[in-house]
Design a protein around this ligand. Sequence first.
Ligand code: HEC
Length: 164
Amino acid sequence: MKSLIILFLSGSVFIVACAKNKIENSTMESVFKEINTNSDYTFYKNDSSILPSSPESAHTAFFRVRFNAKAASALTDNGKLPVNGTFPEGSIIVKDLYNTQNGAKVLYSVLKKDSSNPNSSNGWLWIEYEPNGKEIYNINDKGAGCISCHSNNDRDNVRLFNLF
Ligand code: HEC
């Protein structure tokens, strides 16, 4: 009987762990779709040029940043989020990353505002993908390694506005 209970308990733990993984994977997949198939993105300062990253960046040498419509609606300070402002729920910010200015995209770094999601940190989901959709930085790492660098500002953890 005791071993049956143990078997049952470990089985439930396994099922709960699987269900949790499933939710995380489906979020990763749906966010990847959102950054690729939605056409409602606006480039920072309406400029789609690929620029050299700042020396403070841990990312690749070149980048450009785009905002979905929800995120763009908060850019009321000459195209920037006002100081002490916050992005609305559902905002998505995508950093398209390149090794050279004319080269192919090598990575996407993504922030999605989803404060009630248990994987969010500082209100954001933190994710990175290869162009084929393979996850390089997983949401369940909850921004570890990203946040120390991204939280040094008063614009909702977004670095760009004080640098460009
Ligand atoms: C060493 C500092 C550093 C680390 C670590 C870092 N970033 Fe960034 N990130 C930057 C800087 C600086 C920018 C501004 C653009 C630039 O200079 O390239 C930026 C820009 C971005 C942007 C565009 C929006 C914005 O904040 O400007 C996204 C999205 C992003 N990073 C996601 C991530 C994710 C996800 C991680 C962790 C996997 C991460 N970053 C780790 C420094 C960092």
